[in-house]
Design a protein around this ligand. Structure first.
Ligand code: BJW
Ligand code: ZN
Length: 245
């Protein structure tokens, strides 16, 4: 299977990837759902929404500050590195990620689209001022905007919120151009991200799924490799290299 997939990748004209939390699992960052999922005891629907923040901003901020700490100290794993290598080889053209960590970039990937924002970004709920952070804020007190004094919030996309329109447009454009897409480490239940690979399928392209578990996308995927992203992507890269060099 991995050999066949490597061949498909080598024959592709425009390969892209859609990644999710499972790709960072081997960097010890918990996923949201699935086996070993859940950030602490919370389901994402419970805290990753504007209503939860309005009701108890301190609780939500504490959850994010704790996650920021974990993510900022994490290291890219074999999956992130393999994706970055495939881009360097000129084969992978773009990564569309649902992840709010920056592990793809830290592994060396250049063309990364963040559908759900980033834990590195903090935004003012009043004036919209946005900036990058090196460290998580210390909570309490609630972090306040230095320009207008309003409460700051994590620069991520919560349930019921729009995805950044220009990022979503570019993600759809990348999928329109793709003849092959690797879908790795996502439960493929959160929309509109989960629909992106269907664009490739509709245009007659190929979906390669990499996930230890079945997902709603497994039914339409041309290849479903059941395994951990780090291990599988490393094998794929090694097969690609063997064929090239
Ligand atoms: C491994 C592994 C290993 C483990 N290797 N793999 C259409 C129909 C129904 C509902 C909607 C719809 N359109 C919109 C909605 C509403 C909603 C939605 O999708 N709800 C569904 C859950 C039902 N969507 C939205 O609200 C979005 N906004 C929007 O559409 O605006 C317009 C609109 C609003 C309202 C109605 C209609 C339109 C916004 C979605 C924002 C998602 N935000 C979060 C939180 C980000 C901030 C934070 O981090 O806190 O994004 S939720 C969370 O889920 C996070 C993730 O990016 C996202 C996806 O999760 P992901 O990455 O797939 O991870 P998991 O944990 O689910 O799966 C991990 C997978 O890895 C598993 O499959 C494992 O098997 C696997 N795995 N180890 C490889 N080693
Ligand atoms: Zn402000």
């Amino acid at each position: 299977m991995v050999k066949d997939v490597a061949e498909v990748i080598l024959n592709s004209t425009y390969l892209t990837a859609l990644t999710g939390a499972g790709v960072s699992a081997e960097s010890n960052i918990p996923t949201f759902r699935g086996k070993d999922g859940l950030w602490n005891k919370y389901r994402p629907e419970e805290l990753a929404n504007p209503q939860a923040f309005a009701k108890d901003p301190e609780k939500v901020w504490k959850w994010y500050a704790w996650r920021m700490e974990k993510v900022f100290n994490a290291k890219p794993n074999k999956a992130h590195i393999a994706f970055a290598e495939l881009e360097k080889l000129g084969i992978l053209k773009a990564i569309v990620t649902q992840n709010v960590d920056d592990l793809h970039e830290r592994a060396g990937s250049k063309n990364v689209l963040h559908l759900h924002g980033s834990l590195r970004v903090v935004r003012c709920t009043g004036c919209g001022f946005e900036f990058e952070v090196e460290e998580p804020p210390e909570i309490p007190p609630l972090p306040a905007c230095e320009r207008c004094g309003s409460i700051l919030r994590p620069g991520v996309v919560w349930f019921g919120e729009m995805l950044p329109p220009e990022v979503l447009d570019r993600a759809f454009m990348e999928m329109e151009r793709s003849d092959v897409v690797i879908v790795a480490g996502t439960s493929a239940v959160v929309q509109p991200a989960a629909s992106l690979p269907l664009v490739v399928k509709r245009n007659g392209g190929i979906i390669i799924e990499v996930n230890p578990s079945r997902t709603p996308l497994s039914e339409v995927a041309d290849f479903s490799i059941r395994g951990k992203a780090g291990e599988v992507m490393e094998e794929i890269l090694s097969e690609v290299r063997k064929a090239l060099f």
